[in-house]
Ligand binder design. Sequence first.
Ligand code: SF4
Length: 443
Amino acid sequence: MKFHVFTFGCQMNVCDSDWLCRSLTALGFEQGKEEEADIFLINTCSVREKPEQKVYSLLGRLQSYWNKNKDIFVGVGGCVAQQIGKKFFQRFPHVRLVFGTDGIVMVPQAISRLIREPDLRLSFLDFEDYYPERENHWPEKMPAQAYVNIMQGCDNFCAYCIVPYTRGRQKSRSSKAILDECRTLVSLGVKEITLLGQNVNSYGLDRFGDGVSFAELLCQVAAIDGLKRLRFTTSHPKDIADEVIKAFGDLPCLCPQLHLPLQSGSNRILKLMGRKYTREEYLEIVDSLRKVCPDIALTTDLIVGFPGETEEDFKQTLEMVEQVGFENSFSFKYSDRPGVRAEKMHHKVLEEVKVRRLAILQELQEKLTQKSYSQRVGKVDEVLVEGPSKKQDKGMKFWRGRDSGGRVVNIPGSSDQDLTGELIRVKIVQAKKHSLLGEMLEG
Ligand code: SF4
């Protein structure tokens, strides 16, 4: 039987979906295209706007397959599943499984049961009181890049965020389990590992911590023989330890790249958001990072139009963005999420104001990205090739990869040799709008 997985949202969902695919393949199922699948899994996200509508419209499309063949069925997982739960069963006859973040571990076995018992519907929505370890079925060889979950959930309850409600409270995974997984991945050909968590800087600080701090974990993973690159995401500025900042100067395989969500440049709004740092503290972190790693590529998340945000608050965000000189940013208009504190806040900002502020912010970001990309021209860096580029030119084969700062680099090369997964030395020769052009160097 064939299955197809749809993934929305963050890298943690990508990581979860990869695990589901590997586990189902190990049970004898075959991954297939949407049109040929018998089992559909939707891994949902509710952090951004209108997530439910996206899921409902996809479920509507999948119902057309079910109308023709009543044996097909759908499992819905992730944040939207955690929120809507069993109500999916009432509305969609083809949904026979709903699962939350902790319930995912039971999905592969549940699918086999659902096939055997056609009238059965299953839901796994409870939060466990620990990090549920998953059995891994590794293929003989892994792609060069891999994600490793180090924790689940979040304790911060930022006023706009639904994650603590949909992913539960923070649960750190044991450092031994993380290290074992990283070692296995490297032995299977992985060259770059990204450690994942909602707030990696508070790794180990919950009651499931085993005494290893995030900085110590970074050192232990970086010491794995054969690992070429290490990254991590996401970081909360209030929790970034001096030792983690220092690691950017000390650990050769820790890539000079950090995603550090700022959200707003106004102290008043940061306070309303419950972020627990000020713009001054954020700038101090940036300063310290640049002292140990002058080339560090900083990216961020920004929200415009948080309830009560004035023109002056917004101006302060623009100033901060310019002052830090972010390499890139993900910026969004504030929108209510059910049950979060900000939903009940007064002084909601008008939609047209949010649209205007977002456009101004994104225009500024484009300029900053261009400036920082053009400063890369002439530099020599290592690029990990992800595969053939979309850009192909008059018989010339282009490869696409990422430099140490995480920037996309397109490289012309020969089509005789597959460079996928190779770490190659490249000289940057041109800055494009959203990518760089590089030239392969010998050796
Ligand atoms: S740190 Fe704040 S924004 Fe990030 S997941 Fe936790 S509550 Fe959400």
